[in-house]
Design a protein around this ligand. Structure first.
Ligand code: FMN
Length: 178
């Protein structure tokens, strides 16, 4: 078992899609991806949950999330988990406006990731990994940030084998320089 944890944020709600045909999911895509990775590599999971959850309504969620981003709000979290015991972190999150959801940055700001291998896994709806790697680099001083992996939520079931093999490769790769 690798000395790794899967840390994720996911918003179980109406999904965004370019055709604007939202549907409510019982589990967010990032959660599905995170839990599959965790079970494949036999790692524990930790879910980042804001105290004040984002609305289940698509448009309300979008405006709340946009406001948090524009105003640089770091939402308070319900729970915390110190990643001190883990050498590698799989950080799974949805692409929100080309970046990570603000609660992810709250979580990262609470802890030191110095010397840890951090593998970003971005779940998106067509726009890929966006600026998230750049923003994570700034938020993770001293961490060994690996090249991110991305998958479109809807496509994940058919891409699962490919994604899991990228995750295993990233866990086995030599640590990059800071
Ligand atoms: C507030 C918000 C902003 C989003 N911004 C983008 C975006 O810029 N690009 C993109 O491809 N998908 C965007 N999406 C879609 C999500 O990244 C995508 O639906 C993802 O699979 C959601 O994961 P989840 O179900 O675990 O929350 C956005 C969704 C939300 C709710």
């Amino acid at each position: 078992m690798p000395n790794a944890a899967v840390i994720f944020f996911s918003h179980r709600a109406e999904t965004y899609d370019p055709e604007r045909t939202p549907r409510t999911l019982t589990k967010g895509y990032a959660e599905i991806v995170a839990r599959r990775i965790a079970s494949a590599i036999d790692a524990p999971t930790f879910q980042v949950i804001p105290e004040r959850d984002y609305s289940r309504d698509h448009d309300a969620c979008m405006s709340q999330a946009r406001k948090d981003k524009e105003e640089g709000v770091f939402p308070e979290l319900l729970y915390d988990m110190d990643p001190i015991d883990f050498k590698s972190i799989l950080l799974v999150y949805p692409n929100w406006f080309g970046s990570c959801p603000m609660p992810v940055f709250t979580y990262l700001s609470h802890h030191s990731f110095e010397g840890k291998r951090v593998i970003p896994v971005c779940v998106h709806d067509g726009k890929g990994i966006g600026q998230t790697e750049k923003h994570l680099k700034a938020a993770l001083p001293g961490a060994r940030l690996l090249k991110g992996i991305s998958t479109r939520g809807k496509d994940f079931p058919s891409k699962e084998t490919e994604l899991l093999s990228l995750v295993r490769e990233a866990l086995a790769a030599p640590l990059p320089e800071e």
